[in-house]
Design a protein around this ligand. Sequence first.
Ligand code: OGA
Ligand code: MN
Length: 214
Amino acid sequence: MSNFDSQNVYTQIADDLRATGLSIIESAVDPQIIQNLNKRIATLEEDKFQTAGIGRQSDHEKNVKIRRDKILWLDQGNKLELGYIQAMDELKDFLNRRLFMGLFSYESHFAHYQEGAFYKKHLDAFKGRANRVLTTVFYLNDQWQAEHGGELVIYDPNDHEKELCRVLPNQGTLVTFLSDEFPHEVLPARKSRYSIAGWFRINASTAGHIDPPR
Ligand code: OGA
Ligand code: MN
């Protein structure tokens, strides 16, 4: 058993979300879980990662103008990935109790940004139609420095041109935000960059309905 205080992290995230809809926490995950994720990444061949898409109608040419990362979905059947998935599941239950968010499921993928890769400014969900309600981004890059580029830039929900902050994708940092509120982008990375992007969804059968049929 590690003595990592996850309850303290979840409390901080809930408080931040309630105040602003955005939370940025360093050392947010048990070091043992991070070690397992790093082990997993070390065993992954680059050909296991797939070119990421930008939604159903997208074609490849349009795609590569917008994002250049390669992704691989996490699988709870993998022992090295399970701890992270469980931590996010605990966070889900915590936020549901604390903020009545009604989060229902979680999906997440590793993302590998090779040197030069980026992801242009985007929203993770569209208002009203979305059942992706809360985004998480977790970083796995030991000793990431500003000169390595690859910052996550987060923009103001009320002014999409106004930068709110830049986050270094440093190992252990977890960013959580309302998916349909905060535009964000990944600046070109100057070296290999790993993250796990994830989304909590509400129940798909009730998404977008204010008064779902019983
Ligand atoms: C995404 C995303 C940010 C990051 O995958 O939608 O915005 O820092 N990722 O990896
Ligand atoms: Mn995104």
